[in-house]
Ligand binder design. Structure first.
Ligand SMILES: Cc1cc2nc3c(=O)[nH]c(=O)nc-3n(C[C@H](O)[C@H](O)[C@H](O)COP(=O)(O)OP(=O)(O)OC[C@H]3O[C@@H](n4cnc5c(N)ncnc54)[C@H](O)[C@@H]3O)c2cc1C
Length: 310
């Protein structure tokens, strides 16, 4: 199978989720990366082992990107086209699927080829069920959930091919200005360590312990929804079904019960530590390490210990 991956560029850098999608593509066949615009980044993308098609178009305009990807898919007889599960990926994937008269599977966490057909695994109903599905269209189009696949190791650069889609006038809408909220600076999706706090931290003062532990660990701060509703921290920190989906190497959940709507956003974490005073809390069902106790007593000890070891 010839699987293509759209390599997203944000603020001058390759988006990690796109690189993870290369690994996803390799599970079903030969992977080719596609960089639209940004010729200066094509060689960087090629370091991740897949040959790169560098498309001559405006990589900052979604209309040009989608038209370019359609041209690549048709010229190269693509069997599959994958995207990172980012805001842009979720915008482009269904548009490309429509142009290729196929379906689009979103939020994919696993892939396999069964009897010659791609079988997708993805969470549904807020992560309460894991479903398997097939796209019966001719071309497979999907968005890959961040953290579900490892980024390929960088090494010897693969080949870069230039491609001119000869688009003509395809732009229907132009982004004139993108307003950036300060809260967007919270990079939970790219974090290696997240310390998250829940209602069990008691109040805004108690929640500061979560922020303090995150600071000494060089981690990002996450939170459950009640914490946001109480106003202890901004919405940009919410993890879960109606918040962000994260996949750090280490997720430390403090005073979080483990409701499915929260855990569905953190279940791709590689190692979960849970601190909860209720030994029956459902968070312990998904934790790799569970600590039964009062987070307000345990966190100061942890903070001191980390400081000592530093
Ligand atoms: C449509 C929908 C979408 C939702 N989206 C989200 C979402 O995106 N993210 C999200 O988080 N929630 C979401 N929720 C809410 C979710 O269902 C839960 O209500 C929420 O996750 C619970 O948050 P919590 O674990 O902090 O609080 P609680 O459920 O109140 O749990 C607090 C936990 O802290 C423990 N605790 C108390 N004191 C201490 C202490 N001193 N030390 C240690 N442990 C202590 C308790 O034993 C308990 O387990 C959503 C709900 C719906 C209906």
């Amino acid at each position: 199978m010839q699987a293509f991956v759209f390599i997203e560029v944000k603020e001058g850098a390759l988006v990690q989720g796109s690189l993870e999608a290369i690994t996803a593509a390799k599970t079903i066949g030969d992977a080719t990366a596609v960089v639209v615009g940004y010729p200066e980044l094509a060689a960087k993308a090629a370091e991740y082992g897949a040959p790169v098609i560098c498309v001559k178009a405006d990589g900052a305009n979604p209309d040009e990107i989608v038209a370019s990807l359609e041209a690549v898919a048709k010229a190269k007889n693509a069997d599959a086209f994958f995207f990172a599960g980012t805001q842009l990926g979720k915008d482009l994937a269904p548009r490309l699927a429509d142009r290729l008269a196929t379906g689009c599977v979103t939020d994919v966490t696993g892939l396999e080829v069964v009897d010659g057909a791609v079988l997708y695994t993805r969470p549904a109903f807020g992560g309460t069920v894991i479903e398997k599905l097939k796209n019966h269209g001719k071309v497979q189009v999907a968005t890959i959930r961040s953290g579900s696949f490892d980024k390929p190791a960088a090494g010897a650069a693969a080949a870069v091919e230039e491609f001119d889609p000869a688009l003509g006038d395809v732009v229907k809408a132009k982004i004139v200005e993108a307003a950036k909220e300060i809260t967007e600076a919270v990079n939970l999706e790219g974090a290696d360590i997240i310390v998250a706090g829940g209602r069990g931290m008691g109040d805004a003062e108690g929640f500061k312990l979560v922020e303090e532990l995150a600071a000494v660990l060089g981690a990002q701060v996450g939170a459950s929804r009640p914490v946001i509703e109480e106003g202890w921290i901004s919405r940009a920190h919410q993890i879960g079904q109606s918040g962000k989906i994260v996949a750090p190497k280490l997720y430390i959940a403090c005073g979080i019960s483990g409701a499915m709507q929260h855990i569905s956003g953190a279940m791709a974490s590689k190692y979960i530590v849970a601190i909860n005073k209720d030994e029956d809390a459902s968070i312990f069902g998904v934790a790799d390490l569970g600590i039964v106790g009062d987070a307000k007593q345990i966190l100061p000890l942890l903070i001191e210990e980390v400081k000592k070891r530093k």
